[in-house]
Write a protein that binds this ligand. Structure first.
Ligand code: 6CS
Length: 407
């Protein structure tokens, strides 16, 4: 499925000081200790349930690797990475150790992409929303209303789609990012101040925070909004101080990052799902021995369903945190199908923008993905009266939109 390139270039050292907290493995938890402002400094060493050391698995050379994620301790990506690390340790009888770095420990989401490609870290969870200029085809996940509403079906499509796991994955690999799996963190919802977002008119002049990929910005411009890209580490303050009016994210993230504290409204829009990727540096992966590589592959497979369960549980559990927060009330409204149709209609021409600006393979990948979705969900991806207009003159490879520096 994946093209293999290059050889391990040798031991890689961090160019900065890493603060290691040395604590045990964090389970679930989800306490947010920084008032919604991201920026932990912790690497949590994995002990993999193998304290006491049963000895090392045959043929596995003891090694220590780094895994950086875009979320903080207790949040979905972090829990996933820690369980992945535990599995790898277990399978290698403690020979393979993975230290998990939470968001903020090594920089911004964009810095983390670079750390994976230059080999500073071996593993990373990377969301395509932060790779839009590096791998323009990856903008495909910004297309709203492309996938259906059933997250289980969507995860099956992410697991099996040829468009994603073969065609798109090879584009990532050419840029030094090898996706090992694509997975959902759940449906995204809108939050806002001053206006409940129920129709495209509500987005007129709305300052929307987005991740940095050009197609996300284009999608909100299609609704009439003024999107601004920023790191989520700055988002709580940005919302509080009125630099931006609203944002999109899955429910668990809205609640755990405390965005609801500084937002008047939440709209259950289910306009898209949040897709992320478990990735590895291709040269590192290719340079591994068969035994080590098999352990990684097995852990990736075992984490497919686990990742889905972690996000589902957190998204279910956290809704009540928002509903019950009487100190900082957030009014919640669920869009009707008719209301969603108004957004769907405006989202359709953005597919043409993707075809024209999403890199050499964009058209082919989108055609194949639409086919994969229809085959696996039994539902059409093309609503009636597909719009012809297309807003795209810019080139996503050259223009990242109006993102701000994501430090
Ligand atoms: O909104 C964001 O940028 C963040 N949202 C999630 C669900 N994970 C990490 C990402 O950086």
């Amino acid at each position: 499925m994946f093209k293999k390139t290059g050889l391990l270039t040798g031991a890689i050292s961090l160019s900065f000081v890493l603060a290691a907290c040395g604590g045990g493995n964090e389970e679930g938890g989800n306490e947010n200790t920084d008032g919604g402002n991201a920026g932990g400094n912790d690497a949590v060493e994995n002990n993999g349930g193998n304290e006491g050391g049963d000895g090392e698995a045959a043929d596995v050379d003891p090694q220590e690797w780094r895994f950086v994620v875009e979320e903080t301790q207790g949040q979905v990506q972090y829990v996933y990475a820690q369980e992945f690390a535990d599995l790898v340790s277990e399978k290698s009888d403690g020979a393979l150790t993975i230290d998990v770095y939470e968001f903020g420990a090594l920089g911004s989401e964009v810095d983390q992409v670079e750390q994976l490609t230059d080999g500073t870290v071996e593993f990373a969870i990377i969301s395509p929303g932060f790779t839009g200029t590096l791998v323009p085809e990856g903008n495909i996940f910004a297309l709203q209303f492309l996938f259906g509403d059933d997250q289980r079906t969507n995860q099956d499509i992410l697991n099996e789609s040829e468009a994603i796991n073969d065609m798109l994955a090879s584009r990532y690999e050419e840029q030094g990012i090898m996706p090992l799996s694509f997975w959902t963190e759940g449906a995204m919802q809108w939050t806002s101040n001053d206006v409940q977002l129920t129709s495209p008119e509500d987005f007129e002049g709305f300052q929307m925070r987005t991740q940095e990929s050009p197609l996300i910005l284009e999608s909100y411009e299609a609704y009439g909004a003024n999107p601004t890209a920023m790191s989520w580490g700055e988002l709580y303050t940005g919302l509080q101080q009125g630099q931006v009016d609203g944002q999109e994210n899955p429910i668990f993230f809205i609640a755990d990052a405390n965005f609801n504290e500084v937002q008047d409204y939440m709209t259950i829009s289910n306009h898209n799902m949040y897709v992320t990727m478990t990735t590895v540096n291709p040269e590192f992966y290719e340079g591994l021995g068969d035994a080590e590589r098999s352990i990684i592959d097995e852990a990736v497979e075992e984490m497919r369903d686990r990742g889905f369960d972690i996000q589902e549980e957190q998204n279910n559990d956290f809704l009540s945190d928002i509903e019950d927060d009487s100190e900082n009330p957030t009014e919640i409204y669920e869009l009707t199908e008719e209301e969603r149709d108004a957004f769907r209609e405006l989202a359709m021409p953005v597919r043409d923008f993707y075809r024209e600006n999403g890199g050499d393979m964009a058209g082919e990948i989108l055609d194949q993905l639409e086919q994969d979705i229809e085959d696996m969900s039994g539902e059409s991806t093309e609503p009636e009266g597909d719009a012809e207009e297309n807003g795209g003159e810019e080139n996503m490879e050259e223009d990242a939109g109006n993102e701000e520096d994501a430090e």
